[in-house]
Design a protein around this ligand. Structure first.
Ligand SMILES: Cc1cc2nc3c(=O)[nH]c(=O)nc-3n(C[C@H](O)[C@H](O)[C@H](O)COP(=O)(O)OP(=O)(O)OC[C@H]3O[C@@H](n4cnc5c(N)ncnc54)[C@H](O)[C@@H]3O)c2cc1C
Length: 409
């Protein structure tokens, strides 16, 4: 009878779990019965989610067929509705109706989603760059601005949340809005946060981000709270009204709500506790990786919800899921480095090292690192070559991205 490794999600953790499992099945010398790898994902493509603040939505989509077909991984486009751990069954809504899949081994990799607090109007009027769909909706809205009736806030964008994502989209907007407005007066970009400083959590990069945003003309508004959002303006708790046709919410992520299906105590971000082999603690046959899983990844500190951790978590998770079915040894994951590289649009970028975020590089130098990460490092091979795809999923920890990427000649 065919045994199934069922992988939920094809983001960074899910896609790499699938390739990691396929690689391990291809490499094993142990005799085994038929094992199927089946992935369920809401979209027919792997979304390079970290690029959602950029202009080109197409560039951040990798068709699942290009990665999975050459290595014999099956996939279904659908939305996971229900996970029954006791019965080892998962219910999925697909275009052809509801389907139920059973499994010998389950990998939970449904990622995270932006949290929208109950600020009046936020759910209805604020855009986001959290998902591919959200990014496309924002792009279409921005392109439509010249067709909208003239108003005080037509070319004003308010970004709420001055963390990584908010800083990145705020950096893109001045140039983008100016282009869309074709020289019309009144383009404004404001970056709001309730913290006392913009990019408050960014350690030594904080002053760099603040300086870059100021130089690009972004109005910085730390220490403010939003009271409500409408289609044409944003009201602050102070009573100030900012006319703005575009509001973008960028504050806070939480693990998929389906993590509640597992009989474990979730952490404050809704994540599932796993061990260093990515096994869900106390739930046999279940692994988890990416933004919906957590463990002390460097031996001490919790995982940061990030692409940089989700990809290796995926590779090790897939390897271990297949190894467990095959009766082979599992590999522990440990990553001793952590970096952040924040894109600051035309100004450049900033690259930090360590949890405390020590400044490594900034400006054009850091931008070269960021482009290498966003355009190459985090992509699976897209040449449909089986060997290349499987090789890319080796369960090893890569070195941190180079901070000395040379300029193209
Ligand atoms: C704009 C932006 C910039 C970022 N920049 C960085 C950065 O510079 N560096 C960094 O390390 N991280 C960055 N991140 C964070 C990073 O994108 C996430 O940590 C990462 O995507 C997590 O990977 P994942 O595979 O766990 O989840 P995801 O990438 O979210 O993948 C989850 C997958 O599951 C699917 N899914 C979810 N629910 C269901 C369901 N019910 N049924 C079926 N499918 C479902 C989704 O469609 C998706 O394909 C950024 C995030 C954003 C939004």
């Amino acid at each position: 009878m065919t045994q199934r490794i069922l992988i939920l999600g094809a983001g960074f953790a899910g896609l790499w779990s699938a390739v990691g499992a396929a690689r391990q099945l291809a490499e094993t010398r142990r005799a085994h019965g038929p094992i199927e790898i089946l992935v369920v994902n809401a979209r027919p493509f792997h979304s390079i989610r970290v690029r959602n603040y950029e202009l080109d939505a197409e560039a951040s989509r990798v068709p699942l067929a290009d990665v999975f077909e050459p290595i014999g991984v099956a996939w279904v486009q659908g939305t996971v509705q229900h996970i029954d751990v006791a019965a080892r069954k998962v219910q999925v809504a697909t275009a052809e109706g509801a389907k139920t899949f059973d499994y010998a081994c389950l990998v939970m990799a449904l990622g995270s989603a932006l949290v929208r607090p109950p600020i009046p109007g936020l759910a209805d009027y604020a855009f986001d760059v959290d998902t591919d769909e959200g990014a496309v909706k924002l792009l279409e809205h921005l392109r439509s601005l010249p067709l909208q009736p003239d108003s005080a806030g037509r070319y004003t964008a308010v970004v709420i949340g001055a963390g990584l994502t908010g800083s990145e989209i705020a950096s893109e907007l001045p140039a983008r809005l100016a282009k869309i407005a074709c020289g019309a007066a009144g383009t404004r970009v404001l970056l709001l946060d309730h913290a006392p400083r913009i990019a408050d959590q960014m350690g030594e990069a904080q002053r760099v981000i603040e300086q870059a945003l100021r130089e690009m003309g972004v109005e910085l508004r730390p220490g403010v709270r939003v009271a409500r959002v409408l289609a044409g303006d944003v009201a602050l708790e102070s009573g100030e009204i900012i006319p703005a046709s575009t509001t973008i919410w960028c504050a806070g992520m939480r693990a998929s709500a389906l993590t509640k299906a597992f009989p474990v105590t979730l952490d404050t971000l809704g994540r599932i506790p796993v061990d260093e082999f990515l096994r869900v603690k106390g739930v046999p046959g279940v692994f988890a990786a990416g933004d919906c899983a957590n463990f002390p990844i460097d031996g001490t500190n919790d995982c940061v919800m990030s692409c940089q951790y989700s990809r290796p978590m995926g590779r090790f998770c897939g390897h271990n899921a297949a190894a467990e079915l095959l009766g082979e040894p599992l590999l522990p994951l440990r990553i001793d480095w952590y970096i952040t590289c924040v894109d600051l649009g035309p100004w450049g970028a900033v690259y930090t090292e360590g949890r405390e975020r020590r400044l490594a590089t900034e400006g054009a130098q850091a931008k070269r690192t960021k482009q290498l990460i966003n355009r190459h490092r985090i992509y699976p091979p897209t040449n449909r070559n089986r060997e290349d795809i499987l090789r890319a999923a080796a369960p090893v920890v890569e070195a941190a991205p180079s901070k000395n990427v040379a300029a193209a000649t």
